[in-house]
Design a protein around this ligand. Structure first.
Ligand code: C2E
Ligand code: CA
Ligand code: CA
Length: 572
């Protein structure tokens, strides 16, 4: 194998000098080597091998420098098919294009099937033809490699979303009769995994889920991609049952995370009637996936069903009506009292302003249904501004009527935070009503804080500098670490309702609440509990040291005049 060293050195030296491409010619007959070498050497650098073994040695060591392999199929020491198979079967080598050289016409189809890009018949064509085919093969493979590189997600090696949809569309074109399922896989509490175990562990979780999905896609003849962060798409032939997917993914996770509590949710949209377009099918699979509780500690599969379809239609209707609703002002606000329970008798403390939509056909609609739609279509800013203006107007009216300035809290959606005129707008509506910034508290959800920490912290700082009190809403639903919490600017913590639902003496939930009470003490801010529905919950929260209570136990959200009466009676 004396030749190998020569080949190696030659190739590297040449590569340093200029950017001529290098071709490896493999043939056991020296005369053939010479013929091909002579035709091609003007344009390319040529390396030679006389056996399959020698060829593989050069290919493995010089894979980054080779632009093409010309491969004789019949040689001693392992025939050409063996070399071809090894190249095409290897993740590292399969990008190198191979043209096979053969005198045997029946071998042509077989070698193309095994991954050769082209073939040249012996005896060879005219040199110009041969050169043109070599050039074409190199160009083709460069194009293909560029597509492969840009089409793949760097971390997991799965397709990118864009290429995935291209492939999926192609698939539909060639298999119009095939029933295909759109599948979405999402890792539960992925933020938390990154936070608790570090990003590199998070990446391992993503890669092992990706591996599982890739093997399922291969096994079922489908395609897969990472759509974003911890969300994967899979497009495969219709399956009656998805237990196998759940099992495959769970097994992969056990391999890396026996001591960690990592779970995933799967949503499936089986398009039995080919009625929805591709994107819509994945939206529905995602909807099914989101129907599983985000905090579940099980691996769950949900199939898109009729209820989900009805919800989708309902939302589409609402979405279509938003424009008109804003124009016709179909909204009003209600007020839910908050009570201070620190001293003996609960004292009226404030109220949360909540919006309601009086839909002309559908009646009153609760914000849980429509706020996400307003956020989606970008009109939440308009709606929120309406609510804040109303809130200021009512605070002013109560003051005029009862001589008491009762501060209220309004919800500030994450979109508002990025509005450069936010502070100015708030100051203007307060000034218009003769109020001050301390008369309007701002509720910002915890998840907004974890989204874009630096921007939010800057905005919240400027709001607080201007005298606004900022309450962190739905605390405990997001995943802010305690570490981060100490550096966040806030004036109150509002405990997520989820914690209240299951509290009872001596259970896990109440110790969680006690823990959060301590966090609030540490931050030196009041803890507000919302969603308090009965006296048992109230007494437990009071005992745990909670400061302020909001919930049906005291009052449902009420109209402005009803809340006015509460102010009147509060004797403040
Ligand atoms: P939130 O800010 O967490 O508001 C509290 C929600 O809990 C309100 O629902 C309230 O009616 C409900 N609630 C209060 N006490 C109880 C109770 O004891 N038990 C139960 N089960 N629920 C209780 P609502 O009014 O339907 O609002 C839902 C969400 O919509 C709000 O959650 C808030 O995120 C959003 N939202 C409401 N109004 C506005 C607004 O003007 N702007 C924005 N951006 N979002 C709003
Ligand atoms: Ca709120
Ligand atoms: Ca809340």
């Amino acid at each position: 194998m004396a030749n190998n060293n020569r080949n190696t050195l030659d190739i590297e030296a040449k590569h340093e000098q200029d950017f001529r491409r290098t071709i490896l010619v493999v043939d056991d007959e020296p005369v053939n080597l010479r013929i091909l070498g002579n035709i091609l050497k003007e344009e390319y650098d040529i390396a030679y091998a006389e056996t399959g073994e020698e060829a593989l040695y050069v290919i493995k060591n010089q894979k980054d420098f080779l632009s093409l392999v010309l491969l004789d199929l019949h040689m001693p020491g392992g025939n050409g098919y063996m070399v071809l198979e090894e190249i095409k079967g290897s993740e590292d080598l399969r990008y190198i294009p191979v043209i096979v050289l053969t005198a045997d016409e029946s071998a042509e189809v077989e070698s193309l099937r095994r991954g050769a890009i082209d073939f040249l018949n012996k005896p060879y064509d005219r040199p110009e033809v041969l050169k043109a085919r070599v050039r074409r093969a190199i160009e083709l493979s460069i194009d293909r490699n560029i597509i492969e590189a840009t089409g793949k997600d760097a971390l997991t090696g799965l397709l990118t979303r864009e290429y995935f949809f291209q492939y999926a569309r192609e698939y539909d074109k060639f298999h119009p009769e095939q029933e295909v399922d759109a599948v979405v896989v999402n890792i539960s509490k992925f933020h938390l995994i990154n936070e608790l175990y570090g990003r590199s562990f998070g990446n391992r979780v993503l890669c092992s889920i990706a591996d599982g999905i890739r093997s399922v896609a291969r096994g079922c003849g489908g395609v897969a991609c990472r759509s974003n962060a911890d969300c994967f798409y899979l497009y495969i032939e219709h399956q009656e049952n998805y237990d196998f997917l759940r099992k495959t993914l769970a097994d992969r996770l056990i391999d890396i995370s026996e001591n960690h509590d990592i779970h995933f949710r799967v949503g499936v949209y089986p398009d039995l009637y080919h009625s929805a377009h591709l994107q819509q099918r994945f939206d529905r699979a995602l909807q099914a996936c989101n129907s599983v509780s985000k905090t579940t500690s099980l691996d769950m599969v949900a199939i898109y069903d009729n209820n989900m379809h009805e919800k989708e239609l309902y939302e589409a209707k609402l979405l279509g009506d938003i424009e008109k609703a804003l124009l016709e002002n179909q909204f009003n606000v209600v007020f839910q009292p908050k009570y201070d329970i620190r001293s003996g008798e609960p004292e009226l403390y404030s109220a949360e302003v909540l919006v309601r939509w009086k839909h002309p056909e559908l009646g009153y609609i609760k914000p849980d249904f429509f706020i996400p739609l307003f956020e989606e279509n970008g009109q939440i800013k308009e709606l929120d501004r309406f609510v804040w203006r109303e809130a200021a107007k009512h605070v002013r009216r109560w003051r005029d009527m009862y001589g008491v300035t009762m501060p209220v809290s309004v919800n500030v959606s994450r979109v508002d935070i990025f509005d450069p005129d936010l502070l100015e707008f708030l100051q203007k509506i307060l000034a218009d009503n003769g109020l001050e910034s301390k008369d309007m508290h701002l509720e910002i959800t915890e998840t907004a804080y974890t989204d874009a920490v630096t921007t939010i912290v800057d905005v919240v700082n400027s709001l607080r500098d201007a005298g606004f009190k900022v309450e962190m809403d739905d605390f405990g639903r997001g995943y802010s670490s305690l570490n981060m919490l100490t550096s966040l600017p806030i004036d109150a913590l509002k405990l997520d309702m989820g914690f209240i639902k299951g509290i009872a003496e001596n259970n896990k939930e109440i110790s969680m609440v006690e823990f959060i009470v301590n966090v609030a003490r540490f931050l030196d801010v009041p803890l507000i509990a919302e969603g308090v529905e009965n006296s048992e919950q109230y007494l437990l929260l009071k005992k745990a040291g909670c400061d302020v209570i909001q919930g049906y136990y005291f009052s449902k959200p009420v109209s402005s005049s009803e809340f006015g009466h509460l102010i009147e009676r509060s004797g403040r």
